[in-house]
Design a protein around this ligand. Structure first.
Ligand code: NAG
Ligand code: NAG
Ligand code: NAG
Ligand code: NAG
Length: 346
């Protein structure tokens, strides 16, 4: 399950305009969680709530899928979202929490969790892919942070706006286990989780975890062995006449968080508790590489730049793109997400 953002800690830093009316102004056009601003933290597709933003072009357009292997050999592979220029080909992942405990080190993406005395629990890290993903295969080579009860590591595909989500999760309580799960439109249904015994300590060595997502099925694999298949057909809800199957474009994301001190009893029992903490404790999750193969018509059809742009990204966007085969932005220069007009200084 995705822990929703630590925006509250971040807003003080960037001081966005507090939402006064039902809509944001053209100077702070992007709406997110009760605030308006013009930065990536607010305007990024999926984080930005289009229905409450200044107008229908305020939120950045979805970037589309990019077939690529990210090896975390460059510090550019993950940047704090506050310093993101808007060019998804320049930075594969964006760290969305502040303080930022995600970094590149020794060829890995490292997500750390540290003790936050004011909250009396761990403050972790979450990174979102800068490209969107809808249908395809993603494999992450992960060494988990399952070294103590309560520490949760996750590798998911999620759409924050619709609540569709596909998960791998590891709980510190059971270091040899990986859990697979999915959510349809944020419907909380605790019966969908299936655990799998990796037969090894997932925090001791890297393993390959794969999500293969098509319109008709989701296959979760560990070290190339399928461990679970969900057929869309099996998710039919006859009452609602709906397939309760994740079907909206999302972002690949990694996260470490404190389930053991979360305060919710069910979460604590699930993750193990209490999470052991001293002032100097640091828990770390490592991602060695992420291989993404886009499939199908995964691209968005961007409708062009918003009228108000200043765009940090335009010139450097390559026509060629790493957007494999079918997906991506089709190489159109208008597909670059547009930065909004900066807020005026009052
Ligand atoms: C099926 O759909 C109905 C109507 O939308 C909803 O109330 C119900 O909770 C759904 N069932 C499950 C298992 O989610
Ligand atoms: C992909 O394209 C086919 C044919 O154009 C269409 O029927 C299908 O709905 C598309 N799928 C998505 C996810 O857009
Ligand atoms: C959105 O707002 C901009 C000004 O910020 C304006 O130029 C544009 O026409 C608006 N678009 C729509 C669809 O209202
Ligand atoms: C596209 O890719 C080819 C081959 O990799 C390269 O030679 C060319 O310079 C690229 N073009 C652009 C616009 O990046």
């Amino acid at each position: 399950m995705r822990i929703t953002s630590a925006l509250a800690s971040a807003v003080a830093l960037i001081a966005p305009a507090v939402l006064a009316q039902s809509q944001c102004s053209q100077w702070s056009p992007c709406y997110r969680e009760g605030y308006c601003d013009s930065s990536a933290m607010f305007c990024l597709w999926g984080l930005c709530d289009e229905s409450k933003s200044y107008n229908s072009t305020s939120c950045w357009k979805p970037e589309g899928c990019a077939s690529q292997t990210v090896t975390f050999d460059s510090t550019n592979d993950v940047v704090p979202i506050n310093s993101y220029s808007g060019n998804p080909n320049a930075n594969a992942f964006l760290s969305v929490f502040d303080p930022n405990y995600a970094s590149v080190a020794n060829g890995n993406l490292v997500l750390q969790m540290k003790y936050d005395a004011s909250a009396n629990k761990g403050f972790g890290a979450t990174v979102d892919a800068s490209h969107t993903f809808q249908y395809g295969k993603v494999t992450a080579r992960v060494k988990t942070a399952s070294v103590a009860p309560g520490v949760v590591s996750s590798f998911i595909v999620r759409n924050d706006q619709t609540g569709d989500e596909i998960d791998f999760e590891w709980v510190g309580k059971v270091p040899s286990q990986v859990q697979t799960n999915y959510y349809y439109r944020d419907v909380l249904d605790y019966t969908k989780m299936v655990a799998y015994d990796v037969k090894a300590d997932t925090s001791a060595d890297y393993h390959d975890y794969t999500i293969e997502w098509t319109e008709n099925s989701i296959v979760w694999s560990v070290d190339a062995q399928p461990i679970r298949t969900l057929q869309r057909s099996s998710t039919f809800n006859s009452t609602g006449n709906t397939y309760m199957y994740p079907s909206t474009m999302g972002r690949i994301a990694f996260s470490i968080w404190d389930g053991g001190n979360s305060g919710a009893q069910g979460t604590q029992e699930w993750a193990g508790y209490p999470t052991p903490w001293s002032a100097s404790t640091v828990y770390s999750m490592y991602v060695d590489s992420v291989n993404i193969e886009c499939s199908g018509n995964s691209s968005s059809t961007p409708t062009g730049p918003s009228a108000s742009e200043s765009a940090g990204a335009s010139a450097t966007e390559s026509g060629n793109n790493s957007d494999g085969g079918s997906g991506g932005n089709g190489g159109s220069p208008t597909s670059t997400p547009q930065k909004c007009i900066p807020r005026p200084v009052y």
